[in-house]
Design a protein around this ligand. Sequence first.
Ligand SMILES: Cc1cc2nc3c(=O)[nH]c(=O)nc-3n(C[C@H](O)[C@H](O)[C@H](O)COP(=O)(O)OP(=O)(O)OC[C@H]3O[C@@H](n4cnc5c(N)ncnc54)[C@H](O)[C@@H]3O)c2cc1C
Length: 471
Amino acid sequence: MTYQDTYATGRRTGPSAPYGGRPAAPVPPGVPRRGPGGRRALSAVFWLGLVAAVLPWWLATPPGSLADTTGLLTAAGRITGLVAGYLLLVQVLMMSRLGALERRLGGERISRAHRDVGATLLVAVLAHLALLVVGYARMEKNSILGQVGALLTHYEDMVSAFVAAGIMVAVGLTAVRGVRRRLPYELWHHLHLTSYLALLLGYGHQFSNGAQLYEPGPVRTGWIAAYLLVVAALVWGRLIVPLRFNLRHRLRVADVVAESPDTISIYLTGHRLNQIDLLGGQYFRWRFLNPGCWWQSHPFSLSAAGNGRWLRLTVKVVGGHTAELRDLRPGTRVWAQGPSGTFTAAHRTRERALLIAGGSGIAPLRAMLEELPPGAALIYRARTPADVLLHNELDWLAQARHTSVWYVVGSRDDPGPRQVMSPEGLRRLVPDLTRRDVYLCGPGGLVEEAVRALRRAGVPRRQIHLATFEL
Ligand SMILES: Cc1cc2nc3c(=O)[nH]c(=O)nc-3n(C[C@H](O)[C@H](O)[C@H](O)COP(=O)(O)OP(=O)(O)OC[C@H]3O[C@@H](n4cnc5c(N)ncnc54)[C@H](O)[C@@H]3O)c2cc1C
């Protein structure tokens, strides 16, 4: 265990901070728990929807039609087409930021599901394309290239369908971790938004060529209704709800305070802040409406629980956008979308918690500490004393909420931190480790290492909650 006194240097902008350095609010009682029922219900709806998407093919296909290879290929092509159509709708629904989804699944789980469904969707689209091209080529005694040409020239809406498939491949490639990490968040985000085009461009060919959908009837009507519902969810979640939120709360920058040489806290004020239904550990997507930043929207967690007077985010400067935020002026209007996320005290499974933070990962954990029941423990990893953020507040919370706080300072190869982050080290600090929820937030390396140590120490996976600042 290492405890080091720290200092915070850096610049401070705006008038003398009316908010900085103070505890957020009188300590509120711990928030009640939210069970996993909603998540299970959504999972059941997803699988039922998948069965419903393929059922029309099952009902309309006579057993004899699958006797030869050509029949099998075209059947597999049709099934993968229906699966791809359904998964595309699910993908877009997950991008709609619908409150009901975000509350039950949380932004982190949605983005994990979005990645998994995205990969499956890509495989389904490519399989659909390949199987039908080969199947039709055999049926029409054509070469593969000749068949692609025939599809593009003789079949309605096929050019746009091929473009939609191309967009999905491109979006899929930028989602690959190695590629994604090399792209600035905003560029990746805008590239990703082009997948809406795939929904639009892929729409027509399903009805003009889809064996199960071109004839009017309940199947076609149901499929169109599903499209309309997804588009309605998009308009609701992406336009109407944020418009209402921002007109109601009219957020503005109140102050920007340096927490360390490369970290700032941004304080926001607005109207009716006490009516925002938020939990410590959640995040918003923020758009600061000044000339340099208005076109970018980035996710940042709240670093203090709701107190009805101000909101705060604590931001590490890592790239172009976060560098611009240091120069925000008090009074700048802010457009916010959220709150999102299930990385909260309400989603715990046990009464007590252990929080492990690395660097700016302290932000959501600091907010959550206000809402966890007394008796939580916090291990805060930082490279140097200057990297320990919000030190005074953490000490205040440690007293007010009977929380044990350990500052573990040093590089990952130093013997002290290595010892603490081992299964034995963790057990020594927190003997009832396996009976606690563990919340982890920090750089990917730290989170992975901590998960390994926790699992070896016997902490069940369902008690481990992760936030890696990656969507
Ligand atoms: C749900 C969620 C909550 C978040 N909450 C916070 C928060 O409370 N505080 C905070 O500081 N950040 C938070 N982030 C990360 C934050 O959104 C990004 O740091 C920010 O968008 C980077 O924008 P940029 O243009 O400055 O950097 P970019 O140009 O997009 O990125 C520059 C480089 O920094 C890397 N990078 C990105 N984020 C981090 C990071 N946090 N630490 C180290 N390297 C990074 C990128 O991989 C890239 O290589 C959160 C992210 C998510 C998804």
